[in-house]
Design a protein around this ligand. Sequence first.
Ligand code: NAD
Ligand code: ZN
Length: 319
Amino acid sequence: MDHFFEGNQPFLSRIPLRGKDKIVFIDVTHEPKTTYVDRLRDELKAEFGEVSGVIGIGGGSTLDMAKAVALMMTNPGSSADYQGWDLVKLPGVYKVGIPTLSGTGAEVSRTTVLTGPTRKLGMNSDYTPFDQIVLDPELIQNAPVNQRFYTAMDCYIHCIESLEGTFLNAFSRSYGEKALELCQEIYLKKDHWDADSDEKLMMASYAGGMSIAYSQVGVAHAVSYGLSYLLGTKHGVGNCIVFDKLEEFYPAGVKEFKQMVDKHQVDIPQHITKGLSDADFETMIDVSMGLAPLWENALGKDWQTLMTRDRLRKLYEQL
Ligand code: NAD
Ligand code: ZN
């Protein structure tokens, strides 16, 4: 469970613990690391031997931790060994996801994003999705405006990157268009936030996650992963920082994004790469360039001729 709920007795008393059930609070001050997943797996194995299931209750970070720990209860070695595509060989233990923030799509995706010793990359596999999810809009209703916006924009950006990408297909388009429509309704058309907005945001996150299940994300994610790896910038706000500067790639989406930022008076941090060294920029460029499927989705098969290291450096310097 997300450490945000630690000490929240009314919330905790709603969880029906039985037998050997145990609540583990997950520290999400930093996004999930492979070392944290491995440590938690080792602790659970030492205490229980085997566990019958893992339930993640929280934002995207906690959901990813739950997915990763459930997989690592049965797969040998370190979670870092499985960062990549289709490297997980065994189903994990039964896993359930209960989001308390909406936007990442982690509740439906086939990945769990982890920062490892050499890269930030998910365990993408057919065994990664939850076996069961519970979507209760009451759980997201008290999220602070800025946090809610950053996470919601992750969904909006998933939609734009999927719908504008070369991997687009009928499945991804159907879900992406629906999620985009819901985001536009709650962030541009409605004049105040209410329970209906929470319900719609929760479904937007779900549909946005489904949309990228068979397509991919694009430039904002590829660049924001570099920020996150070097500076620890969190996924939602990092995507917003990058997307804000991507007019040349997604002109209509960026224009609409700026309208949403203005309307909801959200702060998008600026100049976060000011003063970084050449070595720092090289690190971010390496991480970003390593995400070939994202670039290919965004720019096509010959993406390497379009997105050179120089061009990417200039983009990072604007952030
Ligand atoms: P988060 O999980 O990192 O949480 C952000 C903050 O909000 C934390 O401080 C958390 O304690 C707090 N929080 C959680 N629920 C709250 C609530 N109801 N009210 C108030 N505060 C609350 O944020 P996120 O944006 O949901 O998730 C980002 C993470 O998701 C990143 O680690 C990213 O890599 C991952 N992600 C995963 C996927 C995927 O498909 N697996 C996709 C996108 C992002
Ligand atoms: Zn995302």
